[in-house]
Design a protein around this ligand. Structure first.
Ligand code: HEC
Ligand code: HEC
Length: 308
């Protein structure tokens, strides 16, 4: 398997490897071919600077043998394992394959641990302390880099601990989000809105929806222009989870607060991607994760862990 678009680098590596091995073999052969006939005192007869003599100490045979063995080993290795550019070894071994096998083995070993969470409703799994611990660890390893270790997110990455959902906060929706990922797309809207002044007016109208500080004259002028936004954000700005269009009439801002941030949003639009996890996590892991996430903003229908 190769990630390159042509065979060039593969062939380059093959050539470099084969030439190196051949080079070593030829060097070994050349140096071994020339036998020096030593004098009685075991020197080659060369003398420099009056008394500096060259002793005849060829490599011991076992040492030469080691060189031969390394060459034979290299050739054998390259036959059985991938090493010659992009070629597969005869054993079919690959690092990616070995990793996959390990993951599968670990998943199989863990299956019984997850089995008890597979049947119960997500709301109930969320109340299970063991599931919570597993969910938290999965979250730290797979989600925290974007959503923060406290799951409160940051600019562009939604807070998962509040009740404000872009795509829906039911267990089913959360599972869907994690499994398939999401793409939130807001197109650049400046052209549809009008002049730069119109954009500013609409931005002030958006601010007025949440009772944020705004210029009320501008907001009044912007109100009719908000019609082009209503298709996604709703006439009253209450958002649309089917489109991932956020609620604009609350004080939760994914992409920054204030006139400048909203003007930038209208002018540039935004594409925001939550990566799909179905190839990285098992269905059971996603279920436990969804329970963990759901539990962050809901009181779980708890069982075992609840105080009496
Ligand atoms: C590469 C960054 C990244 C990673 C990793 C990531 N997310 Fe997200 N996630 C996002 C972004 C960005 C969004 C918002 C998508 C949008 O704007 O529509 C999002 C949205 C979500 C939502 C929907 C929130 C809502 O309001 O509807 C959930 C739930 C979620 N992520 C859970 C998770 C979980 C659980 C993991 C770990 C398996 C995870 N995410 C990993 C970036 C990430
Ligand atoms: C095609 C649907 C669509 C239209 C039309 C649209 N939006 Fe959006 N808007 C979105 C989506 C989807 C997002 C969320 C992007 C993301 O996932 O990060 C968004 C995000 C935003 C945000 C950021 C909210 C936050 O919490 O930070 C603002 C502000 C906004 N839109 C204002 C507008 C205004 C004003 C208009 C009209 C000029 C408009 N939108 C038109 C879909 C739309």
């Amino acid at each position: 398997m190769s990630d390159f678009i042509s065979d060039f680098w593969s062939n380059y590596v093959i050539a470099a490897t084969v030439l190196s091995i051949l080079g070593c073999a030829i060097l070994l052969w050349l140096t071994g071919r020339k036998r020096v006939v030593a004098d009685a005192d075991n020197t080659t007869g060369h003398v420099w600077d009056g008394d500096l003599r060259e002793a005849n100490n060829p490599l011991p045979l076992w040492w030469v043998g080691l060189f031969v063995i390394t060459i034979v080993f290299a050739v054998g290795y390259l036959v059985f394992f991938p090493g010659l550019g992009g070629t597969q070894g005869r054993l079919g071994w690959s690092a990616a394959g070995a990793y996959q096998a390990e993951v599968q083995k670990a998943n199989a070993e863990l299956a019984p641990v997850y089995a008890r969470f597979a049947q119960a409703p997500v709301e109930q799994v969320a109340g299970d302390p063991a599931a919570h611990a597993i969910g938290e660890r999965l979250f730290m390893n797979n989600c925290a880099q974007c959503h923060g270790s406290d799951a409160r997110g940051s600019k562009g990455f939604p807070n998962l601990t509040d009740k404000d959902w872009l795509h829906g906060g039911t267990p089913e929706k959360i599972i869907e989000t994690i499994t398939l990922g999401r793409v939130g797309t807001m197109p650049p809207m400046a052209a549809a809105v009008g002049s730069a002044d119109d954009v500013k007016n609409v931005a002030n109208y958006v601010l007025s929806l949440s009772g944020s500080p705004h210029d009320s004259v501008r907001a009044g002028l912007g109100k009719p222009r908000f019609a082009v936004c209503a298709a996604c954000h709703g006439a009253d700005g209450s958002g649309n989870q089917a489109l991932g269009a956020p609620r604009l009439n609350d004080n939760i801002w994914l992409h920054g607060y204030g006139e400048a941030a909203i003007v930038a949003m209208i002018n540039n639009g935004k594409q925001n991607v939550m990566p799909a996890q179905q190839d990285r996590l098992t269905e059971a892991q996603i279920r436990v994760l969804a329970a963990y996430v759901w539990g962050l903003s809901n009181v779980p229908a708890t069982t075992a862990s609840a105080k009496p």
